[in-house]
Design a protein around this ligand. Structure first.
Ligand code: PMP
Length: 361
């Protein structure tokens, strides 16, 4: 068996230790006589799995007791609709658009109700964050929506730029949740699809301040109503049990890495060596994003000569570096260096990039 260095944007690499443990427990979880996929979500075994997962997540992120943690389905895309369905309550909401994903969230919300564009950096190709002067906020907005890490454009909002605006802040953290400490109290609602830093696809995490519960109109389906889901411990219906189990193993793995501060130190170093390789390539490679908001998780870059793209992808694949092709909307390359990609993997990529530039520059 050969496992390659996996730079997929998602579904993405999982920690090898987690996969091995899941493999070991696949047929018989802790003497239950069956695996997690085969047991009732209401039995005592699975109850202990989900309770431990939630407790570990709360500890990792420092989630206060007045926030509910929901384990949902439907992906982050479902949240694009579910958030306005629950929180608009006949009012309007503000959206800041800093890349493809916040743009999609804004567009989807328009199907549900009244939303305003508070700022957009699309005119600059989504390569920077808006300045404070450019953001036009509605003080009466039901919430302000942001995407704190744009997976395609590689734009990340630094934690210190998260300001209190007087309205609940709603954040799509799909592609950088658990990559560094986060000031949960500054947010009204945090959501993330699992398939990058949490676990398998099919699970969506929602962390919601209790003041935002109970606002949904009765006309929305009960599975879409956060308060109904919260009252039922995310188990109004059958939750994605295996994905929750793997997420729980990932949370335990993260605790062994020194929690979010521990993993953040590794992530910072990974991003540093990769951006250094790009910036010191004499223009052979380039990344267009303002250095103040470059993502530590998703690193898009282009080759000065796009005719070399095919060779770069073929040779990197042969060198055991998987999934470096950029998103079709921006072209070029993208390395997603989530928590489960170790420093050695990023070093292997950097070594390959330096060698490729030397041979083709
Ligand atoms: N938001 C962000 C930031 C994403 O990266 C993605 C997926 N790449 C989504 C939303 C959509 O997630 P899903 O496919 O789980 O609906």
């Amino acid at each position: 068996m050969t496992r390659v260095w996996n730079f997929s944007a998602g579904p993405a690499a999982l920690p090898e230790e987690v996969l091995r443990q899941a493999q070991e427990e696949l047929l018989d979880w802790h003497g239950a006589g069956c695996g997690v996929m085969e047991m009732s979500h209401r039995g005592k075994e699975f109850t202990s799995i989900v309770e431990t997962a939630e407790a570990d997540l709360r500890e990792l992120m420092g989630i206060p007791a007045h926030y509910k943690v929901l384990f949902l389905q439907g992906g982050a895309t479902q949240q694009f609709a579910q958030i306005p369905m629950n929180l608009l309550a006949g009012r309007s909401a503000d959206y800041i658009v800093t890349g493809s994903w916040s743009k999609k969230a804004f567009k989807e919300a328009q199907r549900i109700g009244s939303v305003r564009l508070a700022a957009s950096t699309e005119g600059d190709g989504f390569t920077r964050l808006p300045t404070a002067e450019e953001i036009r906020l509605d003080p009466f907005a039901a919430y302000l929506h942001v995407c704190t890490n744009e997976t395609i454009h590689g734009v990340e909002i630094p934690a210190e730029r998260i300001a209190d605006t007087g309205v609940p802040l709603v954040a799509d953290m799909s592609s950088h949740i658990l990559s560094r400490p986060v000031p949960v109290e500054k947010f009204g609602l945090i959501y993330a699809g699992a398939q990058k830093n949490i676990g398998p696809s099919g699970l969506t995490l929602v962390i919601i301040h209790r003041d935002l519960l109970g606002m949904a109109p009765l006309s929305i389906p009960s599975v879409m109503d956060y308060s109904v889901m919260a009252e039922n411990g995310s188990m109004l219906n059958t939750p994605p049990t295996f994905a929750i189990y793997i997420a729980g193993l990932v949370f335990q793995w993260l605790k062994r890495q020194g929690g979010l501060a521990g993993i953040a130190a590794v992530n910072t170093e990974k991003a540093r060596i990769l951006y250094d390789a790009i910036d010191s390539s004499g223009g052979f490679y380039s990344n267009p994003v303002d250095p103040d908001c470059r993502s530590a998780m998703n690193v898009p870059f282009v080759l000065a000569d796009p005719e070399l793209d095919t060779t770069f992808l073929a040779e990197s694949k042969a060198a055991g570096l998987m999934a470096l092709k950029g998103h079709k909307s921006v072209g070029g390359m993208r390395a997603s260096i989530y928590n489960a990609v170790p420093l050695a993997g990023v070093q292997a990529l950097v070594d390959f990039m330096n060698d490729f530039a030397r041979r083709n520059g």
